[in-house]
Ligand binder design. Structure first.
Ligand code: RNT
Ligand code: ZN
Length: 412
């Protein structure tokens, strides 16, 4: 009997169908962030990363051109099982023949090479306006700036991005998730917390006047608690964003690195699902503060996946990765994170959810603890290995990563 067959029998004792889990997990789309490959630099201005987020480390092999970034992403796709979507930022616009368009003037054509790339790989595209790493981020502010010219510039950027998102959705035939995140905030105690948020609200209202199809483009708003150099006040706080999305019927996005360290997104998912048709996630790993570490197969990643599955919400949650590590091989970072999200989802699909739920209703917490602990040492790894085999992906990715490093990355 193969290890997978044995695992299947062991899971069946708990009424868990491993075949069903394998069928399901491969169709869960994960939106793969392009920015792990070049330390969130992009191609439009090559400005240093700003906005309270930082990439540390200088491991060799960073992608410097669209060709390099696309080649790296192909390597990542090859080493990762399951369904994927491409997630790009506006700063990854590709200008041909010396042409240039500033962020308030970008057009769909500046992303045609990404569109071609996605189409050839049968993928949809998610999109993000880039409200950072640009000279018009004035005093750390964009959509909340008191300078009307600056604020308007960024409103125009948002509008262009909605048009581009609509174009992506039409061209790929898959909905485009467009996520708005602004870095705006203050390092030290502000004298006025109200006015910047009022301006942010007004800017979003103006942006959202741009026509788009609600079944093609899902506009999200991502909140944050603080950033580097923006420690005391963040304009787009959790309360601001939650109230705004609810008042406008757009989609909330929770990044699990954007909360106080003892708060967990896994606990927030059920509440958000009760009040929103769809929710979006940035899966990352916070270490002490929002540090965007590579996602690993840790407790919180598993718990987030369990909440999505337990709440029967696989088709209501847009799952995207968001981390950037320049201190280790970037391809490996990408693959480790993506595989971890998938592993967590597979593990979630292998839990005896109905048994556990009925135990809870009977207040049998002794049993719940025992069953949950049992589950932790079930042979999930054998089911995972079977999944990789069926997806034609080698279990060992390090050998392929090292070969690519030797043959491609070190020559950059
Ligand atoms: C920053 C946010 C945001 C970015 C990306 C690059 O704290 O998490 O999502 O990481 O847009
Ligand atoms: Zn994020």
């Amino acid at each position: 009997m193969s290890r997978y067959d044995e695992a299947r029998e062991l899971y069946a004792k708990y009424g868990i169908d491993t075949e069903k889990a394998l069928e399901k997990v491969k169709n869960v789309s994960i939106s793969v962030h392009c920015w792990q490959g070049d330390d969130v630099v992009g191609f439009d201005s090559k400005q240093a990363l700003s906005g309270g987020i930082q990439t540390t480390g200088n491991y060799p092999g960073k992608a410097n051109t669209p060709e390099e970034l696309m080649a790296d992403m192909d390597k990542v796709f090859e080493l990762t099982p399951g369904k994927k979507k491409l997630n790009i930022h506006a700063c990854y616009a590709i200008f041909e023949d010396g042409e240039f368009a500033d962020r308030d003037k970008i057009q769909p054509k500046h992303f045609d090479r990404w569109l071609k790339f996605a189409k050839e790989r049968n993928m949809g595209i998610d999109f993000n306006p880039t409200f950072f790493s640009h000279p018009n981020v004035k005093d750390g502010l964009t959509l909340s700036s008191p300078d009307e010219e600056i604020r308007k510039f960024w409103v125009e950027h948002g509008k262009r991005c909605i048009e581009i998102s609509q174009y992506f959705a039409e061209q790929t035939g898959e909905p485009c998730v467009m996520n708005i995140w602004i870095p705006d905030g203050y390092k030290d105690l502000p004298a006025d917390r109200f006015a910047p948020r009022a301006r942010f609200k007004k800017s979003l209202d103006e942006m959202l006047e741009t026509p788009y199809d609600k079944d093609k483009v899902y506009i999200c708003l991502e909140s944050k608690v603080f950033g580097i150099g923006v420690e005391s006040y963040t304009v787009g706080s959790a309360e601001f964003c939650m109230n705004y999305v609810n008042s406008k019927g757009i989609t909330p996005l929770m990044d699990n690195g954007h909360y106080h360290p003892t708060e967990v997104v896994s606990d927030k998912i059920s509440s958000m699902l009760l009040f929103n048709e769809k929710i979006a996630l940035h899966v990352t790993r916070g270490v002490r503060w929002d540090s965007d570490h590579v996602v690993i197969y840790d407790d919180e990643t598993r718990e987030i996946a369990k909440e999505i599955v337990r709440n029967d919400a696989l088709d209501r949650v847009f799952i995207a990765t968001d981390y950037f590590d320049a201190s280790i091989n970037r391809i490996s970072a990408w693959v480790t994170g993506l595989r971890s999200v998938q592993k967590a989802l597979l593990n979630a699909l292998l839990q005896p959810d109905s048994l556990l739920k009925s135990l809870q209703d009977e207040n049998k917490f002794t049993d719940i603890m025992a069953v949950m602990e049992e589950m932790k040492t079930m042979p999930m790894g054998d089911v995972w290995a079977e999944y990789l085999k069926r997806e034609n992906v080698e279990s060992d990715y390090l050998t392929a990563v090292k070969k690519y490093e030797r043959e491609v990355l070190v020559n950059r």
